[in-house]
Ligand binder design. Structure first.
Ligand code: NAD
Length: 352
């Protein structure tokens, strides 16, 4: 067995249908008395329901989270937290809302309770992102890791079908890259393989009935494990490409992951045969790349960058950016081969 170093992150998870009812207890356990509830604008009603659940421990609702945490939104949320005298924040939503909570915590060390409603996995990571003047910068800080996470599958029943699939692909991408991460370990590999298996297995069940609570639970369980992998190890080419494509060309986060993953796996396959066997096994497919492609296509997720708004004349620049800074990846970063990968992703070609 290879040598490894494993550093566990503090993690408190309350999981189960109806688990949201435990929120007041989680807030109380933090010793908090004035919680600011964060959400995106659309599910403001559910944020208000959450505030009602907290009763007099709710200090207010800030329903203005948007994708990629613009610095202006972060500043407005920090000011609101100060104004209402918040001593904790509750992030009810997907990665954008959790990201806003992290932006507050980064400056104030306010404890965050996350209530994830997508499969993005941000709640399990100490990674934050802030966008200033159109440039998204990310960093790691243990301060931003939520103190408690409530996974309630009931809250994911409203997730639109396309986001269900693409967000599931986003989760699978974390785990797949975790399987070949240079700083991986056997425990991370266990979580990753099980995370992929559970997320992928839930998709056909949800395709048959998106309200199936058991299947929603299985997908959210998978997303938890995949998020924990993302929080523990360094990501490679796939995440780098998605970060570039999302940030530079403003493409939707989860959809980019779904489109790029099969091609990134095909690229990395020669450098990580064991990881690819595990991904394939978890997907129940003959190969990792094909398994990922077929999972997305079979469930109606977009499979080409063209379909999600990528300009064809941006492919060269994306390839340049992907090789600009060195980072660990199982296969060396070769500009021409990455340009070819991007073309295949643009065209939506099925991996060989
Ligand atoms: P999101 O949070 O932007 O949500 C997408 C849309 O879905 C929003 O309109 C939201 O209101 C809606 N939505 C969310 N949950 C819903 C539900 N249950 N029912 C109905 N509608 C719902 O999308 P996301 O993919 O979860 O997050 C993307 C963002 O998170 C990106 O900015 C990405 O960079 C970041 N992210 C960060 C990390 C990290 O570790 N820091 C990890 C993953 C993603």
């Amino acid at each position: 067995m290879k040598s490894f170093l494993y550093q566990a992150l503090p993690m408190r998870v309350v999981f189960g249908a109806g688990a949201l009812a435990q929120l007041p207890r989680e807030v109380e356990a933090l010793g908090a008395r004035r919680a600011l509830v964060l959400s995106t604008p659309e599910p403001e009603a559910s944020a208000r329901r959450v505030a009602a659940l907290l009763g007099e421990r709710a200090a207010g609702v800030f329903p203005q989270a948007v994708m990629h945490v613009p610095i202006e939104t972060a500043r407005a949320a920090r000011a609101e937290a100060l104004r209402v005298g918040a001593d904790c924040a509750i992030a009810v939503g997907g990665g954008s809302t959790t990201g806003l909570g992290k932006a507050i915590a980064l400056e104030s060390a306010l404890p965050i309770v996350a209530v994830p409603t997508t499969y993005a996995g941000s709640e399990m990571t100490p990674i934050y992102g802030l966008t200033e003047a159109g440039v998204k910068k990310t960093g790691r800080d243990p301060k931003v890791l939520p103190r408690s996470v409530i996974y309630d599958p009931e809250l994911t029943r409203t997730l639109p079908w396309r986001l269900t699939v693409t967000s599931g692909m986003n989760a699978i991408a974390h785990a797949a890259e975790g399987l070949y991460a240079h700083d991986g370990s056997p425990i991370i590999a266990l979580m990753a393989e099980e995370g992929i298996r559970a997320t992928a297995a839930a998709m056909p069940r949800l395709g048959a009935d998106p309200l199936d609570l058991e299947a929603r639970g299985e997908a959210l369980y998978g997303a938890w494990l995949c998020g924990a992998v993302l929080g523990a190890v360094a990501m490679g080419l796939h995440h780098k490409l998605c970060h570039t494509l999302g940030g530079t060309f403003n493409l939707p986060h989860a959809e980019v992951h779904g489109v790029v993953l099969p091609h990134a796996l095909a690229y990395n396959a020669p450098g990580a045969p064991d990881a690819m066997s595990r991904v394939a096994r978890a997907l129940g497919a003959p190969s990792a790349a094909r398994g990922a492609y077929d999972l997305a296509q079979r469930h109606g997720a977009p499979v080409s960058l063209k379909a999600i708004g990528m300009p064809v004349d941006g492919l060269d620049r994306a390839a340049d950016l992907a090789v600009q800074n060195a980072y660990p990846n199982p296969r060396p970063l070769e500009r021409a081969a990455i340009r070819d990968l991007l073309q295949r992703a643009y065209d939506g070609a099925r991996p060989d």
